[in-house]
Ligand binder design. Sequence first.
Ligand code: TPP
Length: 822
Amino acid sequence: MSREHAIAESTPSKDAQERIWESFRRWGYLQANLDPLGDLAPVSMPELDIAGADAESARRVYCGSIGAEFMHIADRERRLWVQERMESEAPEPDRARILELLIRAEIFEQVLQTRYLGTKRYSLEGEAALLPLLDAILNAASEQGAEKAMVAMSHRGRLNVMVNIVGRAAAELFARFEDVDPRSTLGSGDVKYHMGATGDFHAANGRVVEMHLVSNPSHLEAVDPVVMGRTRAKQMRRGDQGRQLVVPIVMHGDAAFAGQGIWAETLNMSGLEGFTVGGSVHIVVNNLIGFTTVPRDEVSSHFASDLAKRQPVPIFHVNAEDPEAVVRVGRIALDYRYAFGTPVVVDLIGYRRHGHSEVDDPTITQPLRYRKIEAHPPIWQIYAPNIGADPEPIVRRVREELDAAQEEAKEIEKRPMMRRLPRYWGKFRGGRYDASLEVDTAVAQESLTEIGEALVSYPDGFHIHPKVKKLLDQRLEMARGKRAIDFGMAEALAFGSLLKQGVPVRLSGQDSRRGTFNQRHAALIDIENEEEYVPLEHLAPEEAWCEICNSPLSEAAVLGFEYGFSRDFPEALVLWEAQFGDFANGAQIVIDQFIAASEDKWNLLSGVVLLLPHGYEGQGPEHSSARIERFLQLAARDNIQVCQPSTAGQYFHLLRRQALRSWRKPLVVFTPKGMLRHPAAASRLSDLAGGRFRNVIPDGGDGSAERVLLCTGKIGHELRAERKRHPEGAPAIVFVEQLYPFPDGEIAAEMDRHTKAREFVWVQEEPGNMGAHAFVIPELERLARGRSVLSVNRSMSASPATGSGKAHEMEQKTLLALALGT
Ligand SMILES: Cc1ncc(C[n+]2csc(CCOP(=O)(O)OP(=O)(O)O)c2C)c(N)n1
């Protein structure tokens, strides 16, 4: 071998050096030392079987306690940013602070364990480094100018975080371990590890970051879109700087992160204009177990965090037993969020010292791992000698503090912890309905015409689609009272009039800008250049803001987001639209756990509106029913409103009522499909210029009918049309426009008015086991005072509707014939 050759081998060329480093940047995380217990074995990577000084340097950076996954990010600037941070010297950590937090985390759990033996607390032990991690993230956030952190997390370590990071008093928490006076909470409230909390985080720079830990249900990850919606609302309240000022931080379990689809849906929304919050920080509190299930049964890939790689999001795996690395990663993650406005993931790999909860014995399912864990000391006992510190005085001090807090807890009144609403909720209220809430929802005819004219206008030179032009021409006639108003126009006038009154409007749903049924056309599209013009945004200089967004093809996350948004923008009309009402069941967790129950569980209000296209039109099992029965089953104590407006005018008043009343209750609206433009459902301009939403609309008769048909929605129009063909002894028809809160006074009055009526018949298109039947019949029987109550419906069925158009028609005919006795 020549001398030159030997030199070339011992000092690789720049290119060769670069190739070595590139290998470690790309694959190093797979061989990093990430698991304190060594169960997550490094992956064998031939690409990293390299010797030499460069390889050793690169290995130190990329295969130590931090495994950085970032080479899947296409944007070079972002890769270089991570590379630069990884390859530069780690800043000097505040070791005393780290030790203090590690001790606080562990001693807090130990005190709970000894004082409240047998109570579930979902200990953080084994992942105590979460506290220094959050501390580092929040300190960095404060330096970036954050004044508020919206924090979401599930059960694991929640109580610990509440006290040691969010800033709630330990005494207050201990008081709740003693449970509450049961008389104060019968039928409501929630367990302590689901409740939200607010507090202050005092950053090292002397500033305060307001902490808002969001209330959440047991359903793992369901809170993800909610916290994003809430963050977006809080950011919008703060104007242009909102994304800098409010930062979301979300913690996930490893099993939930890998398994729950709603999180994947939420992540997909992160870069969309209508939904972005300018990036979020995610922490997988990865104890390599989910209840009793080990990683090989919970995730198909090496890391539970792999889902995040669907997007150009960096993932930092870090060994939870190297707290200095943890703190370093926290800072990098937070800074990345601020630099690029995308999500970022920290995968904090530790273990779970006890069972899933403390009453669970994990040695039954993982005997070997738990033998290891039992012999493993708590992290502070490892870290303190490493940094040459004596932990005992700190341990003693923390114990004394907690002992004092427990004494104090005995004096605290044991009432359920219900949330107090922020100041912007001052004008609004929840609770039971009362008539004094009603407001005028009519809009003067001239104003409607003026708004209507603006709604059909677009800039000079805008190339409008001929079909849209025709629709706008029709809308102009509607605005001028020369044509009956259809649902699309009624909605546009409701939105437009609210915006002019200063009420913001936000609507999202699949294809909602145009409208699934071609009925909305909120955005006009120039056919030459696809530029968009939204007339609702150009009504008047001082109008409120308006966002009408096409959503991604998700129900759970989008509805969760809008629910969250509504929670922090009560003065706005916030709507979510399902493509067809059936699809709302994809969001059932959000409906059950947040929309129906959050006032009851947490005293948290929302005025979110669900628009659910509903009606039997022969389109098959999945495009017919928005499952009225499900919403009515969820209804109790005036928790939601369930309505089906049968005319455009009713829809107009209903939307305005929702925004203008001070009562903030979720509103479920069954909206029409085929009836959207049907003359029978159209209204006059004067219907919008006068009156208000009517819960009950009697149709026909002077009170002399012998039969009274009660119904809701489209079937009422069909009954009317059929009745016209058979006028002999025709029954009266009563449209029930609001199903919940059930308008019993108005229905009773209508029943009483029909003194000759022998029977009252509930008529519905849905099978007998669906629709409003089960809810309405007992109510009608109660009000009928002995007169007979019957029903006409499709026969009981497992699926909502037939797949055959012809069968549908036959069924519908039979239904009408039975109802009308023809
Ligand atoms: C949607 C949902 N399914 C099931 C459960 C029941 N459950 C509660 S915790 C848990 C395990 C969670 O494991 P992981 O996400 O890894 O968090 P860890 O408890 O280990 O911190 C399960 C299955 C739940 N709460 N939510």
